[in-house]
Design a protein around this ligand. Structure first.
Ligand code: C2E
Ligand code: MG
Ligand code: MG
Length: 564
């Protein structure tokens, strides 16, 4: 066995006294058991303490010194969270000063002139032992970085509050940092730690004003059990703005879930609900706060149900693909150009469920690729069937989710689907939603590049709905830009919206991209878009998404018109 003395550095003791002879006397007394460093006034002492905060076992501190006296040193050490754990033994000849120093947080005192060496050695050893014991307990009880309770202690105390102080009504709050691993990876762990400490500091400040306890655990999670607040948005904003102050270049987004106090509900369950609420707003930078309520409970039950039912839905053919036409509006009359495949779920008990209710859910848990794979196969087969039956090949776009884009087998799978159905790559276009562009941009660029290389056309979906950056637009090899519905909605009565649409069209023209306007519902919108030079239009004005048979009828009608 290796002796512990060999692997451990000796404990560090700082001796502070303006008299060299005193410093040396103490050094000689203690040097056999400790590593000694010296300072000759308070200012030097503070420098040494800051520098060695992690290693210092004890400070022996003279009170009367020039430049900065020992009282001031005591004050400063106790004012700082990261120094407070270092015990200070004061060296003094004056009874009154001893008392004052103890009141100010000194751990013990040694009188001058110095006692016999054995007494000094024993006192120093005892204080170190005491302080190490206290730190050991407090380390387990508190999270080192924030000073908040560690996870187990927090839940134990919440439990006790719930059972022993039933008159206290407490809300459960859970807070998370969006993409914390990315923040650490990109900006370094030191920055990440700074974020955590800042949040911890603000929460401690909050708890000085409100009754409650808080914890930090698992890297980026915070939990609070505290008296009900009237304005949680204000609490979130307050912590968020502290974090914003850390860096101008890095944006860190917090999200928060709250489960308001409910009579008789155990803290464990309260926190499950708060966590579920917090997860609901993951990635939603516009609305990062969610209060758990009855609607959410129903929503959660529904989500659970949908997650359970998905596989059998695929097997039992409850999923169907609808098709919505895109019309080329620069011809007269407008001409059917292509279509978009949109998933529908006809649930035996819940009825027709729209993708808005399950696509985001499956995107969060990764099951979306089951849906998408189904849609791709179905769509390719459908294009083929229409061609065989009607003699016309209508290109159809399918939607790709973030999860698909980062699946390493994506390119091969799409290629196989197209080939197996005897299609060419330009027959199945791929819509990638704008939000997929936000992170891992380089990986995305590579995948999109490979897909295009094969001959797929790429459409950027929902352009302008979120965080699309204009740089991305020029960097990303795409063919078509799908302008989000919100731009089109008000162009008839809002001059500004119309100008914005024209601007987007200009940019697209410059980048040689075609533009599809989504959500066109009226003739007025159509005319404005055509005059502004928009190429294609998709929307209820022409048709809602249709089941395959109805879309087939639409193709036939179009073909009759074209034959004229
Ligand atoms: P999206 O890809 O932007 O699809 C367009 C959505 O706009 C469709 O909603 C469509 O029905 C709707 N829409 C079309 N014209 C109009 C209009 O004139 N007015 C209004 N108010 N709405 C119109 P839907 O089918 O509910 O799909 C919603 C979203 O769900 C889609 O938005 C897409 O992001 C996603 N989604 C649908 N099918 C799939 C799929 O197979 N895979 C994946 N990953 N996502 C899908
Ligand atoms: Mg789409
Ligand atoms: Mg869209």
């Amino acid at each position: 066995m290796i002796q512990s003395k060999l692997i451990k550095r000796p404990k560090l003791v700082l001796v502070v006294d303006d008299q060299e002879i005193n410093r040396d006397a103490l050094e000689v007394t203690l040097e056999e058991d400790y590593e000694i460093i010296q300072a000759s006034n308070g200012l030097e002492a503070m420098e040494q303490i800051e520098k060695n905060a992690d290693r210092l076992s004890v400070v022996l501190l003279d009170l009367m010194m020039p430049v900065m006296d020992g009282f001031e040193v005591l004050n400063r050490v106790n004012a700082e969270e990261h120094l407070r754990h270092i015990p200070v033994i004061v060296l003094t000849a004056e009874k009154n000063a001893e008392l004052r120093a103890l009141e100010m947080g000194a751990a013990d005192f040694i009188t001058k002139p110095f006692d016999v060496p054995e007494v000094i050695i024993a006192r120093v050893a005892r204080i170190i032992e005491l302080s190490e014991g206290r730190q050991l307990i407090s380390a387990a009880e508190h999270d080192r970085m924030t000073g908040l309770y560690s996870r187990n202690f927090f839940f134990e105390y919440a439990h006790r509050l719930f059972h022993y102080s039933p008159e206290l009504h407490m809300d459960a709050i859970v807070m998370n940092i969006e993409q914390f691993h990315t923040i650490n990876a990109v900006n370094g762990r030191d920055f990440g730690d700074e974020v955590i400490r800042t949040i911890g500091g603000e929460i401690r400040g909050f708890l000085l004003e409100t009754e409650g306890i808080a914890s930090h655990f698992e890297g980026d999670r915070f939990a609070m059990y505290c008296a009900p607040q009237t304005d949680y948005q204000a609490l979130l904003d307050r912590i968020q703005s502290k974090v914003n102050g850390l860096s101008q270049n890095v944006s860190v987004h917090l999200r928060m879930g709250v489960k308001p106090w409910q009579d008789g509900v155990e803290p464990e369950f309260m926190f499950d609900c708060a966590r579920a609420a917090c997860n609901m707003v993951r990635g939603d930078y516009q609305n990062p706060l969610m209060i758990y309520d009855e609607d959410m409970r129903k929503r959660e039950l529904l989500n659970q149900r949908l997650l359970n039912d998905l596989r059998s839905a695929v097997e039992n053919r409850q999923l169907t693909v609808f098709y919505q036409p895109k019309y080329d509006i620069q011809c007269d009359p407008p001409r059917l150009g292509s279509a978009e495949a949109l998933i529908r779920w006809n649930h035996p008990e819940l009825g027709m469920i729209s993708p808005g209710d399950f696509v985001p859910l499956f995107e969060r848990n990764g099951q979306i690729s089951i849906v998408d794979t189904f849609v791709w196969h179905e769509t390719a087969a459908q294009i083929r069937r229409w061609e065989e039956k009607l003699g016309r090949r209508i290109p159809v776009s399918v939607n790709l989710s973030r999860a698909d884009v980062f699946d390493p087998t994506l390119v091969d799978r799409l290629e196989r689907i197209v080939r197996d159905n005897g299609l060419s790559f330009s027959d199945m276009k791929l819509e990638v939603t704008e939000s997929a562009y936000t992170d891992k941009a380089n990986d995305l660029l590579e995948v999109v590049h490979d897909l295009r290389q094969l001959g797929f056309e790429i459409e950027m979906d929902d352009f302008g709905s979120g965080y699309s950056s204009l740089n991305m637009l020029s960097a990303m090899p795409i063919d078509v830009l799908k302008m989000d519905m919100k731009f089109v909605r008000n162009i008839e009565n809002n001059e500004k919206d119309l100008r914005l649409v024209k601007l987007i069209l200009d940019i697209a023209r410059n980048l040689k991209l075609r533009v599809v306007a989504e959500g066109v519902e009226t003739e007025g919108q159509l005319k404005l878009l055509r005059d502004a030079g928009c190429d294609l239009v998709q929307g209820y004005y022409f048709s809602r998404p249709l089941p395959p048979e109805a879309f087939e009828a639409l193709i036939e009608r179009e073909m009759t018109i074209e034959r004229g």
